[in-house]
Design a protein around this ligand. Structure first.
Ligand SMILES: O=C(O)CCC(=O)C(=O)O
Ligand SMILES: [Fe+2]
Length: 363
């Protein structure tokens, strides 16, 4: 039986229409300007989420344009990576470097990180907990061995090439704890693309990553914007409803592994790797955090960078200056706190002091 809708009184309807017009008047220019940025949420920006505009090709245009620009920027950064790494990245969307640091240097890095206690942050997603300690001035002073990573020409080159920008990434000591509390499945375990454009994440694992224990997993070749991928993206954008997965609606499209063959893609590959392995990936490609059978702690030096994908140049990075670079992670947390206090946006990163190798908090 269908319930009859109670009619909305005319004055209420008029007030609603006026409010909506005012919202468009105030926010419309911002939403329009965001079309030429990395803004990706189909929920928060009604232009990005517009069925009519996406039928006219808006989402596909943003993907194609961002892809063309990323390829052109990568060509200009190609000299920063070794030819065999470049070939691997262009083919797969990731590069894996085993035994990244000399063994003694890696052991010293781990020792210094185990001893370091910092003021960090923690996010809960489903039953997983992610903790981050910023690689800021305090961390770099206490863990001088970190500079062997952040100053490493291979690390610097790969992060830039994958990102398609000559930009300093944000760097953290990240700890991920699976099954660390009661909750639903960790949403990162669902295969997804982070964004509609090229972007980088890098992991230098400090712990061994065993099979079925939160392996980073990637679909080789899924970073490429093929005609099939473009058609899939367009369909996903047009099929979006309020019932669609929330993270898809926020612009990180989920993909069912069963959809991969039709996209001409192989099955996801899990990285079962020993500590001291570096993985640098374009997380526009499909990836996930592999499931874990047991509660597990994975610790890594984690880097991330994302710039406006519509910028044609590779440089002009405001975070280049060391004084800014080392404060950046703290500034981002502070800005999140301010937005939350103003009631604008919930901040998922809550303060937590401690060490990278701490176990889960007691329930
Ligand atoms: O932690 C992982 O293995 C991957 C999580 C993920 O999807 C991401 O960091 O974008
Ligand atoms: Fe992701």
């Amino acid at each position: 039986m269908r319930l009859a809708r109670s009619p909305v009184p005319a004055p209420r309807r008029l007030a609603g229409a006026l409010l909506s017009a005012l919202r468009w008047l105030l926010l419309g220019p911002l939403w329009a300007a965001q079309l030429l940025t990395g803004a990706k949420s189909f929920m928060d920006n009604p232009l990005i989420g517009s069925h009519r505009l996406n039928r006219l090709g808006l989402h596909a245009w943003r993907l194609r344009t961002a892809d063309r620009l990323a390829q052109s920027r990568r060509r200009r950064l190609a000299h920063r990576v070794a030819p065999e790494d470049r070939a691997a990245f262009d083919r797969d969307g990731f590069v894996v470097k085993r035994d990244f640091l000399p063994a003694a240097q890696f052991a010293e890095l781990r020792r210094q990180i185990e001893a370091y206690r910092g003021a960090g942050r923690e996010e809960v997603q489903g039953d997983a907990v992610t903790r981050r300690l910023a690689c800021d001035a305090a961390a770099l002073a206490a863990i001088p061995a970190l500079r062997a990573v952040t100053g490493h020409p291979v690390w610097r080159g790969l992060v830039r090439y994958a990102n398609s920008f000559d930009a300093e990434p944000m760097v953290y000591i990240q700890s991920v704890l699976s099954h660390a509390r009661a909750g639903q499945a960790d949403p990162q375990e669902a295969l997804h693309a982070d964004t509609f454009h090229a972007t980088v994440k890098a992991w230098l694992f400090l712990t061994d990553v065993e099979p079925d224990a939160m392996c980073f997993t990637y679909v080789p070749g899924s970073h490429r914007l093929t005609p099939q991928r473009l058609a899939w993206e367009t369909d996903k954008a047009l099929q979006m409803t309020p019932q669609t997965n929330r993270l898809t609606r926020r612009g990180s499209f989920r993909v069912d592994p069963e959809e991969l063959p039709a996209l001409g893609l192989p099955p996801p590959r899990p990285f079962e790797v020993a500590a001291n392995t570096l993985v640098v990936a374009d997380t526009h490609g499909f990836h996930a955090r592999g499931g874990s059978l047991r509660p597990t702690l994975r610790v890594e030096i984690w880097a991330y960078s994302r710039r406006n994908p519509f910028m044609p140049w590779t440089g002009l990075d405001p975070w280049r200056l060391p004084a800014l670079r080392e404060r950046r992670m703290g500034l981002a947390w502070w800005a999140g706190d301010v937005l939350e206090r103003l009631g604008i946006k919930n901040h998922v990163w809550k303060p937590r002091s401690g060490r990278a190798f701490d176990g889960p908090d007691p329930l």
